[in-house]
Design a protein around this ligand. Sequence first.
Ligand SMILES: Cc1cc2nc3c(=O)[nH]c(=O)nc-3n(C[C@H](O)[C@H](O)[C@H](O)COP(=O)(O)OP(=O)(O)OC[C@H]3O[C@@H](n4cnc5c(N)ncnc54)[C@H](O)[C@@H]3O)c2cc1C
Length: 424
Amino acid sequence: MHAPLTADARVVIVGASLACLTAAETLRTSGFTGTITVLGDEPYLPYDRPPLSKQVLTGVADTTTTQLPHAEDLDVDWHLGQAATSLDTDAKQVLLQNGERVGYDRLLIATGRRSRPWPVTAEAALDGVFVLRTADDAAAIRERLTDATRRVLVIGGGLTGGEIASSCSSLRIPVTVVDRGPAPMAKLFGTAIGEMMRALHDEHDVDLRTGTGVTAMLGDDGGRLTAAQLTDGSTIDVDVAVVAIGALPNNEWLAGSGVTSDGEGVLCDAAQHALSADGQPVLDVFVAGDIARHPNPLAGPGVWTSEHWGAAVGQAETAAWNMARGTDTPHQEVPVFWTTQFGQVLKAAGEPAIADTAQITQGSLGARSAVVTFGRDGRLVAAVAVNQSKWLPYYLAQIKAGAAFPLEDPTVDPAADTRLSAAR
Ligand SMILES: Cc1cc2nc3c(=O)[nH]c(=O)nc-3n(C[C@H](O)[C@H](O)[C@H](O)COP(=O)(O)OP(=O)(O)OC[C@H]3O[C@@H](n4cnc5c(N)ncnc54)[C@H](O)[C@@H]3O)c2cc1C
């Protein structure tokens, strides 16, 4: 328990994106009338990232239409286009790139993640090699997706990689996906859904190469990407490559602050308080969104990162309510997230990535209409609905209730094959 926010308190939020906007809105909903200052390194008001790999790449939307809506009377002091470079928790100040110091009574760290860059710097610098995290990234890739594009190489077959491949395919641009794993998205959703995704790639003429990596990207004399050499011994002609090999936390600015990070993000407790080096909550500093390493009741001991839209929203709400009221209410929401690829909607509840066992409980993956449930240590920890989103609330309730795995309740359209399989 700590002091609730007073009417003249100063709240500072670092990182101007989804978690930030949610926290600011929640603070105002709670009745907080003090100042909210947002420090963001991008020059834009908070915008939505999920459309970047989908509607923006396909040209259905552009980056001017993906701004997250917010109330006109939110009354936020936006400082955009300036990165925070350090945090002084004793003086309660954030230092900005331009030397300015911004004082706070409560701080929310919401600096999210950035794309993991291609590890060979000279290759990453080739004209035509991209990552996809920001609106500027999406606009730059979109500009290169034209009738003249010979082939796009997507490095990484995870959620983002699959969405990029799907977007290219819908534009009828030849695309190759390489992934070191056994099937697309297998790391997250397991091999059964992974094999369904493989079939979808095939049906959409995507050149999918699993168990394969990139050994080199080659450029011409002008530094423009021309080809890529793969671990299967082949060389493919490409003029665009999108590196989609995961993300890194934006936590360097917190070095020496007393707020603790591990290699994957900033540690926090269930109430979203940042933790000090000795594991104690730093009561006036909160963490939310993709940057947060939080306890996960589904996964047992340890800390986890939930890099999903719904988790960022839920954590930001918890942080803001605790900040406003001086409470330590734990964040216990089960994450729900989604992906759309090749015309299919996959919606997930829980944490499939932590599961040890999987079971198809409804429908059929071959028919692209199914629910796959995931268990860990005999407990239901996740469900993924393939074009069956209407069923997700049922499974979500089961996950929240701590249901045993495999589920005992018969469902209305049980799968033909309900054998248990390894999750991965
Ligand atoms: C292409 C793409 C597609 C996605 N699709 C889906 C989807 O379909 N479904 C889903 O559930 N999720 C999806 N996500 C994930 C979702 O968008 C994220 O979980 C969400 O954006 C996290 O919000 P956040 O506010 O925590 O962090 P972020 O959105 O990462 O924002 C952090 C902000 O902080 C800024 N920042 C960093 N360092 C500093 C600093 N030192 N000073 C000031 N500002 C700083 C960053 O530039 C950024 O603006 C997608 C993400 C991407 C990139």
